[in-house]
Design a protein around this ligand. Structure first.
Ligand SMILES: Cc1cc2nc3c(=O)[nH]c(=O)nc-3n(C[C@H](O)[C@H](O)[C@H](O)COP(=O)(O)O)c2cc1C
Length: 360
């Protein structure tokens, strides 16, 4: 089954916007999937201001480094009152490490914990964490049971279909996790072996959704438009959808979904709204990183360049600017020189690892 083959008629259930994860009531069924290095606080806040986002999750955070308050982990969990609803994603393979991280988060007022069982990277899998847990059901269940018992926050899991196509474990694990008290599961419809290759397997997501009794299954993978998200729900029966690269491609995707579910015709952002988003993203970044934002924003120059059709010389300046005044000057020129370069699809600019997955 593929997203494009399936029918697109809306059923009644697709029109219901809100959803509960445990005690947590979320305003929409369309969530931001974590993209480490991209979906940071400033991006999440800018996205939330556009409307329609139900839940965001931080980048994966090493459970031990979180508890020892390692500088990088502290940056990953920095939040803001407007950055809600938010879950923090932790990874690790040892029960005591994950339990300690869960306590650390609960003690500091975080509202949701997500356990990563999908990361395909060797440095995570080599220590028995991420997708490696899909190969060890008893350890995965032990982890889940202990974290759930340790905190009163809703605990969720994000996982893949299995390690490879000969060991599809998601439906079995989903059932076990539900019995252990997990409140929702996000399922990326690929195996670890697939990395980011091939088509997302909607039948695999459907089988996982069918395996649980009550908890929401959140479908994930390759959703690039509002219509794709609705189709994923319709075809797989998943209760919600997590969108990663599709939200980078089109940050207005959540607003469009809110419009569609409310029976309104979704509208494309105007050119000015798109430039405003760029400015907002940078401005929010400066709240956290001050001058360092000029350097950190470089990563997004090519993406904004393609999306907004920013003339090449201005895109290059976005990659090199040193201070806020220079940024303002570039933005003024971007607004003036609208139309000089055609905008294009920027998905390829969210980098995924290359080469055989065994070497990631
Ligand atoms: C650059 C990048 C970073 C990612 N970081 C994370 C992460 O920190 N935690 C996680 O659970 N998944 C992570 N993922 C996986 C995504 O959340 C998602 O499952 C995957 O990209 C498929 O969904 P999409 O097609 O909507 O992007 C990452 C993916 C990419 C491309």
């Amino acid at each position: 089954m593929s997203l494009t083959e399936s029918p697109s008629s809306l059923t009644e259930s697709l029109v219901n916007q809100s959803i509960a994860i445990g005690q947590r009531q979320l305003p929409s069924r369309y969530f931001l999937a974590p993209l480490a290095g991209y979906t940071h606080l400033a991006f999440r806040r800018a996205l939330r201001e556009l409307g329609g986002l139900g839940l965001a999750t931080t980048d994966l955070v090493h459970s031990t480094q979180l508890v020892s308050e390692h500088r990088h982990s502290m940056e990953l969990v920095v939040s803001h009152p407007e950055d809600q609803p938010l879950s923090v994603q932790i990874f690790g393979s040892q029960v005591d490490q994950l339990v300690a991280a869960a306590h650390w988060l609960e003690d500091r007022g975080y509202r949701g914990i997500d356990i990563n069982m999908g990361c395909p990277m060797a440095k995570v899998n080599g220590q028995g964490g991420g997708a490696r847990l899909l190969c060890d059901a008893s350890q995965a269940c032990r982890l889940v049971e202990n974290v759930v018992a340790a905190v009163s926050l809703p605990v969720t899991v994000k996982m893949r279909l299995g390690w490879d196509r000969d060991s599809i474990s998601a439906p079995y694990l989903a059932q076990r996790f539900e019995s252990a008290g997990i409140q929702a599961i996000t399922i990326h419809g690929r195996t670890r072996q697939q990395g980011f290759q091939g088509e997302v397997d909607l039948d695999g997501i459907a089988a996982t959704a069918a395996a649980v009794q009550k908890i929401p299954i959140i479908g994930n993978g390759d959703v690039r438009s509002a219509e794709d998200a609705l189709r994923m729900r319709e075809v797989t029966g998943c209760a919600a959808v997590a969108i990663g690269r599709g939200a980078m491609l089109d940050p207005w995707i959540f607003r469009k979904l809110a419009d569609l579910t409310a029976g309104r015709i979704p509208r494309e952002p105007t050119r000015d709204e798109q430039v405003d988003f760029l400015v907002r993203h940078f401005t929010l970044m400066t709240e956290q990183h001050q001058d360092r934002s000029c350097f950190l924003f470089r990563k997004f120059a090519a993406w904004y360049g393609a999306r907004l059709g920013i003339p090449e010389d201005l895109e290059q300046r976005l990659r090199l600017f040193q201070d806020f005044a220079e940024f303002e000057g570039i933005v003024a020129e971007i607004r003036e020189r609208h139309g000089e370069r055609k905008s294009s699809i920027a998905t390829a600019l969210v980098k995924v690892p290359n080469g055989p997955v065994e070497r990631w």
